[in-house]
Design a protein around this ligand. Structure first.
Ligand SMILES: [Zn+2]
Ligand SMILES: [Zn+2]
Length: 715
């Protein structure tokens, strides 16, 4: 059995780290630093959720700190194995990790000055420059496209990801009884990105882990972007001001140098005096120059023809602080590219202080500006900003060019995915929540493959490349009968605390159940008819008195038909499904099921398992109501939070569904039909909600009871 755990970049973009366990081997893919909100950054401190000494090897996709930044911590805590990375990634890491170690040391030093004054114990840095240097000894250089046996049962191949120089897609073959092929996209680049090659197309994966940074967005195209850059340069130079570009040291700075060189060679902009004012960017650029042989064709040609974008008489790399400060006295005619990319740290802040108040100057933002950063405030049109404790008037022009991303946008990601001939299942990672989920749904629609957005720390068991389950430690003891076929999900508030999928959705086509699978709700369809009726009562279309008649008796569709004089399926769709946005809930005829719906299986008198369409035809062909765990959760929280019906209506409606139990109040809806058995329900305050959906008839109640006991206690 193989096990995968998502220890970072799950519903967020930073801290990429995936743990693969097979037999007694444990491998990490990436070991990145967390950025962003405090609760994520906290994960950089404290212990790893595994024993670093037990890790056998690390496969590193690329040098960006959100993928490599915790490697020195791993080594500091006892990891002694090899770190596989391309030669460029290795060289870039030797400067990036040392720089990161330096940042950790100085941050802690600053914090400790305060802590000591307050009489608190001093903190230790996550790691030091020395730890970073020690880490470099464990790097093993990989060549693109070459297969390497890491352990007898584990083979690996790095492919060009076209993201930043040296970035790799990782192909990993794990052999147990059978061989499972895993593919980690790493960060994927765009087509036509400067300097780097286009991403390599992969055609086979049993399990694919794909990034989704721009899974729901589209970039400004390349030509438009270059034209825009030329306009900004020309108008600034005409006004006689300086052009300031906050840019990440690795990748973005080199892209800009390349683009400026292309525009100069074309004669679209005049020769410029360009200053790279970031020691880290200067070092990264020199690593690029050492590895010119892995550039794409255009960039290699430029170097060969003596037109290298990185070395020209007018491109200057400032080293000392004095040199940097000298730039402050120049009022116009310079292009200054400096870190950080969001202008919230580094030398760029000095340049902004000395130029923002100048009407002739321009600040050009070429990367993502996070909420709360100086770059974002400028982008949002602030008239005044505080820099180093001083208020500075903003008179300069603020420009944004969005297309400079080193990440594939939605179109490019889909394009890369479409080249696969076989994908078993997909995990979507490395994106903000909306990106991950939006992109997952898109993949599901476009490619018709099972897609999962893993939660942080979520663990998946892969048996024979088939069965997958997920565990939150609280649910470790759950006993799932091997006859059970379906999906379970537990939500704590808005968060999914646990979920699992077992068995086949369609045995004939060997389609497995997955979190998006739609299940027949059986007799629970009447609950939806009741909801629709309650809406009609609230709208005054049906007599208020009907509310008094409410019970959990399953005749509500007939009642709805009588009282509304319309087809109950249509009324439910109009009054419940549409207003609540339940996009995966719909009525289907069993002989016309869509790809995502599970076929029901029932056992005949002679003990044979058959598709339930035969059993259900006996009561005449009528559409069945199908839904997903996701939609039911959405429905429940709207209901108990009073967002769909008035609270007094909800109380009346739910009363007959209350479970007889000593523990806190609990409402449960059960649905049954041949080949369908579902339970959903929870507390009236939406803190806990449990769903069990099955396209079989076995072991459903016991599973639901166990989950209720785990979430609500008692019973
Ligand atoms: Zn990256
Ligand atoms: Zn990344």
């Amino acid at each position: 059995m193989m096990r995968m755990q998502f220890l970072g970049a799950a519903e967020t973009t930073s801290g990429a780290c995936y743990l693969i366990q097979s037999g007694d081997r444990q491998i990490l893919v990436d070991c990145g630093l967390f950025h962003g909100p405090e609760e994520l950054k906290q994960r950089n401190y404290g212990d790893f959720p595994f024993d670093p000494r037990a890790i056998d090897a690390v496969l590193l996709t690329h040098a960006h700190i959100d993928h490599s930044g915790l490697l020195p911590k791993l080594v500091k805590h006892g990891f002694e194995g090899p770190i596989y990375a391309t030669a460029v990634t290795t060289d870039l890491c030797s400067i990036m990790l040392a720089d990161s170690g330096h940042i950790q040391e100085s941050e802690v030093e600053r914090k400790n000055r305060k802590r000591i004054r307050r009489g608190e114990d001093p903190l230790a840095p996550i790691y030091t420059v020395e730890d970073a240097e020690r880490t470099m000894k464990q790097f093993k250089r990989m060549v693109y496209d070459e297969e390497v046996e890491v352990f007898p049962s584990i083979r690996v191949r790095f492919r060009d990801a076209g993201h930043i120089l040296g970035a790799a897609i990782v192909e990993l073959w794990v052999t147990e009884e059978e061989t499972t092929k895993l593919v980690f996209s790493g960060d994927l680049g765009n087509l036509d990105q400067p300097i780097v090659q286009d991403p390599t197309f992969i055609t086979e994966a049993d399990i694919l882990v794909i990034e989704s940074t721009y899974g729901t967005r589209t970039h400004e195209n390349r030509e438009g972007r270059l034209e825009h850059l030329a306009d900004v340069v020309n108008s600034t130079m005409k006004r006689g001001g300086n052009l300031l570009i906050p840019a990440f040291a690795l990748g973005r700075t080199q892209d800009l140098l390349y683009s400026l060189r292309v525009l100069q060679d074309r004669g679209d902009i005049p020769p410029l005096n360009i200053y790279i004012d970031s020691p880290l960017a200067s070092k990264a650029t020199s690593v690029f120059q050492e590895h010119a042989r892995v550039f794409d064709y255009e960039a290699r040609t430029m170097v060969k023809e003596g037109r290298s974008p990185f070395e020209a008489p007018h491109v200057h790399y400032t080293e000392s602080v004095q040199e940097s400060m000298r730039l402050n006295s120049v009022s116009g005619g310079l292009v200054i590219i400096s870190a950080s990319g969001m202008a919230d740290a580094g030398r760029i802040k000095h340049h902004l202080k000395h130029n923002l108040w100048r009407r002739q100057a321009t600040v050009l933002l070429v990367g993502y500006q996070a909420q709360g950063t100086l770059g974002r405030r400028l982008q949002d049109g602030a008239k005044e900003v505080r820099i180093h404790g001083e208020m500075v008037k903003v008179a300069a022009t603020i420009e944004t060019i969005s297309g400079f991303s080193a990440h594939a946008d939605q179109g490019a990601l889909l394009n890369w995915l479409r080249r696969f001939r076989h994908i078993g299942r997909v995990f979507v990672t490395h994106g903000e929540k909306e990106s991950c989920h939006g992109f997952a749904e898109l993949i599901n629609q476009e490619l018709r493959v099972p897609v999962i957005v893993p939660k942080l720390d979520e663990r998946f068991d892969v048996r024979e490349g088939q069965i997958l389950s997920t565990w939150d430690s609280q649910y470790h003891d759950l006993q799932v009968d091997e006859e059970f076929s379906g999906v379970v999900q537990v939500a704590h508030g808005d968060e999914i605390a646990f979920r699992g999928a077992w068995g086949m959705a369609q045995r004939r086509f060997r389609v497995e159940n997955q979190f998006f699978t739609q299940f027949n709700l059986g007799s629970a369809r009447h609950f939806f008819a009741q909801l629709a009726l309650a809406r009609l009562v609230e709208q005054g279309q049906v007599d208020q008195g009907t509310l008094g008649l409410w019970s959990a008796e399953p005749v509500w569709e007939q009642n709805l038909r009588e009282w509304s004089e319309a087809d109950p399926c249509e009324v439910v769709t109009r009054e419940v499904l549409e207003p609540l946005g339940l996009g995966q809930t719909a009525y289907y005829y069993l002989d016309q099921l869509p790809a995502l719906a599970a076929t029901g299986y029932t056992v005949t008198n002679s003990g044979r398992t058959v598709e339930n369409i035969y059993a259900m035809l006996e009561e005449g062909l009528k559409p069945q109501l199908f839904s997903t765990a996701h939609d039911l959760k959405k429905l429940w929280s709207a209901l108990v939070q009073g967002e769909f019906l008035r609270t007094d209506t909800v109380r009346l409606l739910l009363a007959p569904y209350q479970e007889r139990t000593d523990s806190p109040k609990l409402y449960v809806v059960e649905g049954q039909a041949p080949g369908a058995h579902v339970f959903f329900g929870g507390a009236p305050d939406a803190t806990r909600f449990v769903t069990v959906l099955s396209n079989g008839e076995e072991a459903v109640r016991s599973l639901f009871d166990q989950l209720i006991k785990m979430t609500h206690g008692g019973r």
